[in-house]
Design a protein around this ligand. Structure first.
Ligand code: ATP
Ligand code: TZP
Ligand code: MG
Ligand code: MG
Length: 251
């Protein structure tokens, strides 16, 4: 069986941060998905009703958007569509950590996509986080990612030089990617919603599906870096790469 993101063209409802909203929408369009951003509490349930996946990102969270995420998350659970959570900078403040705990308690999340520092915070490991960036520390990323997946009964993707995807039992690693991806903001946030879009394609084999999507995304970064490693030109070449790929898989 062949599955194609461009053919499915899922509607992706994003409640995301003010930094990356435009990049995230353009990146989703580039892979053939149909993004819609909206965080007003009064309309999020209606937005979920017309969407195929909900993508939550706490990058510039406030009390108003947190309420909207809780309402949207519950509506998505009721409808039975996948929910992705990107805990941006969860180690930076108490506010973010409390918000993530609340979101994970109230909403059934299908995928947590984070960097290594965010994983460490979620699992109470000793780590020197650096704002929204991964930071430094010593930890067995694979073991901790599997423990989080088991604890929250969710898929977990942890990115970095090597990406990890696990459902708590099965685990795959992906080595594609380029350091330039960390020099422009939003490649992680966009990736979270790109993976969310992929979850609309298949109910089973999702670890393999996400590994293939990660490999494709990372190799888009590698090819873009051949055009330029300067931030502006790289970001543009990266979007071009996303739009030139098929996002089609054999299962
Ligand atoms: P951060 O906040 O630390 O920038 P993030 O949430 O933006 O994290 P990243 O871990 O940077 O997310 O992942 C975004 C993309 O960049 C992924 O496709 C990942 O594979 C790639 N990537 C991250 N770090 C590297 C690296 N050192 N070498 C190659 N690719 C990388
Ligand atoms: N500050 C709050 S959200 C954000 C910044 C810089 C964007 C983070 O994007 P990413 O994809 O995690 O690098
Ligand atoms: Mg980043
Ligand atoms: Mg991030």
């Amino acid at each position: 069986m062949q599955v194609s993101l461009r053919e499915k063209s899922p509607v992706v409802h994003c409640i995301t941060n003010q930094v990356v909203a435009n990049f995230q929408a353009n990146g989703l369009l580039a892979i053939g998905a149909s993004p819609i951003m909206g965080d007003e509490e009064e309309e999020v349930s209606e937005l979920v009703s017309i969407s195929d996946v909900l993508s939550l990102n706490i990058g510039t969270l406030n009390n108003r958007t947190l309420e909207s995420m809780l309402v949207a998350g519950k509506a998505a659970n009721q409808k039975g569509i996948p929910v992705v959570l990107d805990p941006v900078g969860v180690g930076a403040t108490r506010y973010r950590l409390d918000a993530i705990k609340k979101l994970l308690d109230v909403v059934k999340v299908d995928l947590i996509r984070c960097n290594t520092g965010e994983l460490a915070t979620l699992m109470q490991k000793d780590w020197h986080a650096k704002g929204v960036d991964a930071g430094e520390g010593e930890m067995d990323r694979k073991e901790v990612a599997m423990a989080l997946a088991k604890q929250r009964k969710t898929l977990v993707v942890v990115t970095g030089e090597v990406d990890i995807v696990t459902d708590g039992n099965d685990l795959k690693t992906v080595t594609n990617g380029h350091i330039s991806m960390t020099h422009v903001t939003g490649t992680g946030c966009l990736l979270s919603s790109v993976l969310g879009a992929h979850l609309t394609l298949l109910q089973k084999d999702q670890v393999r599906l996400l590994a293939e999507a990660l490999s494709e995304y990372g190799s888009a970064g590698e090819e873009a870096a051949k055009v330029s490693e300067s931030a502006g030109a790289f970001a543009r070449a990266f979007l071009d790469q996303l739009s030139e790929r098929r996002w089609q898989y054999d299962f």
